[in-house]
Design a protein around this ligand. Structure first.
Ligand SMILES: NC(=O)c1ccc[n+]([C@@H]2O[C@H](COP(=O)([O-])OP(=O)(O)OC[C@H]3O[C@@H](n4cnc5c(N)ncnc54)[C@H](O)[C@@H]3O)[C@@H](O)[C@H]2O)c1
Ligand SMILES: CC(C)[C@H](C(=O)O)[C@@H](O)C(=O)O
Ligand SMILES: [Mg+2]
Length: 370
């Protein structure tokens, strides 16, 4: 069997705590299931800044490039609020996404039945929710030039960010959304602001053309992104796949996270294009949440987003579909048993810390895999 090379970047805050629980699962898979994962680990974010004065070292970038998949925890925190913008912790994540060309960010928002009452919405609105946000990840205002603050010389400054999208960038993310929709409920809702932004006009045109040319069997709807945000909290179950740009996708996925009960529940996969020769794609798996400085170091963070991100890794990078299904089922079973971290705690449930939650999921996973 070919070794599967995983590069771990736990990062800052709760990143390492959540990653520790994935490490337990990988350890189990290697020993009990002969999974042959080979692990290497690096620094990203504030901890990399403390060690090298950069948000990620060149050596770790090279390792990320070579790995079969990267597992990423979280970066950032108040300790690094005042470091120069170019080397702030978040720059490490943005560089990984850009240099590995991880243009497709898949952010599923699934409301596990046991958590319907943990959402801030009425249970009937979120029960059975299963939507997928497909966020463009290497373009838009995150990376467009110019991006600067200029001195106007009259006591005023001007902050500039630039939203740029080319046809090919919209086409490829739309295609990912349509392909995925075909494996689900076959419906895509594209969100932009064509009423205000030129990039929104182009986005709308290209998605429409891509649909007409290659995916006429998929149901396509367009929505202005602000109205889309409203619909997400009004009637979230109307959606199947949402495709949107980098910034709207960032915001809408945090909104979607709360439909599932907590930011600590939402996994994501950041994928590149399949290699023309090998068919393999570069990939990084990252929970949607950040480093949660308010709870870091206390052993109380919810590791489910990180563990579910590893399940996505099994599915998308290694085609280990059965194992991915079992890991997701293990999460659902543990929630059914009433085991909860603080962020999803409910009356009558058993409150546990990060490591107990990880252990409970691993135990279920082992049972299901036996
Ligand atoms: N992918 C990433 O690395 C990433 C993502 C978002 C934010 N950030 C960074 O993280 C730092 C903090 O940002 P923020 O506070 O806006 O967002 P955050 O996601 O870190 O936290 C928001 C809230 O959600 C809670 N939360 C998040 N994840 C949780 C988990 N797994 N279990 C329990 N509770 C959880 C936190 O305690 C906090 O109250 C910033 O520096 C930000 O740039 C990093
Ligand atoms: C940390 C930050 C750069 C990142 C983003 O804005 O993309 C985060 O909010 C996310 O959702 O992954
Ligand atoms: Mg975000």
């Amino acid at each position: 069997m070919m070794a599967k090379n995983l590069f771990l970047l736990p990062g800052d805050g709760i990143g390492p705590e959540a990653m520790g629980e994935v490490r337990k699962i990988i350890g189990y898979m290697n020993s009990a299931m002969k999974a042959d994962f080979v692990l290497d680990e690096g620094l990203v974010g504030g901890c990399a800044y403390d060690a090298y004065g950069a948000a990620i070292s060149e050596e770790d970038m090279a390792k990320a490039m070579k790995a079969d998949a990267v597992l990423f925890g979280a970066v950032g925190g108040p300790k690094w609020d005042h470091v120069p913008y170019e080397v702030r912790p978040e720059a490490g994540l943005l560089r990984l996404r850009k240099d590995l060309e991880l243009f497709a960010n898949l952010r599923p928002a699934i409301c596990y039945p046991a958590l319907a009452s943990a959402s801030s919405l009425k249970p009937e609105l979120v029960e059975g929710l299963d939507i997928l946000i497909v966020r463009e990840l290497t373009g838009g205002v995150y990376f467009g030039e110019p991006k600067e603050i200029i001195d106007l010389g009259n006591g005023q400054k001007r902050g500039i960010d630039t939203q740029v999208y080319d046809t090919y960038e919209i086409e490829r993310i739309a295609s990912v959304a349509f392909e995925l929709a075909r494996t689900r409920k076959n419906a895509v809702c594209s969100m932009e602001k064509r009423n205000v932004m030129k990039s929104g006009v182009l986005w709308n045109q290209v998605v429409t053309e891509t649909h007409k040319r290659s995916y006429p069997d998929v149901k396509l709807e367009h929505m202005l992104a602000d109205a889309g945000g409203m619909q997400l909290v009004r009637q979230p179950k109307q959606f199947d796949v949402i495709v949107t740009d980098n910034l709207f996708g960032d915001m809408l996925s945090d909104v979607a996270a709360m439909l599932t009960g907590s930011l600590g529940m939402l996994p994501s996969a950041s994928l590149g294009a399949p290699d023309a020769k090998t068919g393999k794609r570069k990939a990084l798996y990252e929970p949607v949440h950040g480093s949660a400085p308010d709870i870091a170091g206390k052993g109380i963070a919810n590791p489910i987003a990180m563990i579910a991100s590893f399940a996505m890794c099994l599915r998308y990078s290694f085609n280990m579909v059965k194992e991915a299904d079992n890991l997701e089922k293990a999460i659902a079973n543990v929630l059914d048993q009433g085991i909860r971290t603080g962020d999803i705690m409910a009356e009558g449930c058993q409150k546990v810390g990060t490591s107990e939650m990880g252990d409970a999921i691993l135990k279920e996973f082992a049972n299901l895999s036996a």
